[in-house]
Design a protein. Structure first.
Length: 76
């Protein structure tokens, strides 16, 4: 099973972007989404952005993750 997490691109330099995952920023390869730009939401798996998402799609996915964390008792 694979898990991909949505994040927001804050900076782009060449084929690499800085992606913000709710306050945690990671360098991410944008090779598979060459049209991605700062402000775009992307789905990231294993350090690669694999799809550009709308803000609504990203927020819906993040909401599901929060619900899951709450159900598991991992949320304050």
């Amino acid at each position: 099973m694979c898990l991909a997490i949505p994040g927001r691109i804050t900076e782009v330099e060449g084929a690499t972007g800085l992606v913000d995952f709710g306050g945690v920023t990671r360098e991410t390869s944008l090779t598979l989404v060459p049209n991605a730009a700062p402000g775009d939401y992307v789905l990231v798996h294993a350090g690669f952005a694999i799809e550009i998402l709308s803000e609504e799609e990203a927020e819906e996915t993040l909401s599901l993750f929060r619900d899951l964390a709450g159900a598991l008792g991992d949320e304050p």
